[in-house]
Design a protein around this ligand. Structure first.
Ligand SMILES: [Zn+2]
Length: 101
């Protein structure tokens, strides 16, 4: 099993922006099918907001929309850290090979 340590976590998610980037890239690793101009385009981050806009028409999408993060005032990094802790802990509840069935 590959261990995903807190060091790995902090390297992958140093700040809120990296968490938002992950949220965008998870469903859209390459390009986003823009709902307005209907073209698969690259979207660029608007630095002042938590949104990305379409290179072609400027339509904005929010990677946090429709997720538990959308209306939260908790920083994304903190959410991600909580999820990291929870998923790590889940590992301990899984029976290992030493458990007799
Ligand atoms: Zn567009």
């Amino acid at each position: 099993m590959i261990k995903y340590t807190i060091k790995d976590f902090n390297k992958n998610f140093p700040d809120d922006d990296s968490c938002l980037e992950w949220l965008k890239n998870y469903p859209y690793p390459e390009k986003i099918d823009c709902p307005v101009c209907e073209k698969p385009t690259k979207h660029h981050r608007i630095t002042t907001k938590k949104v990305y806009d379409c290179d072609y028409c400027g339509h904005q999408i929010s990677p946090a929309a429709g997720t538990i993060f959308e209306h939260s005032s908790t920083p994304l990094k903190l959410w991600f850290y909580a999820i990291y802790l929870k998923t790590r802990r889940a590992e301990f509840h899984r029976p290992g090979p030493w458990v007799n069935e």
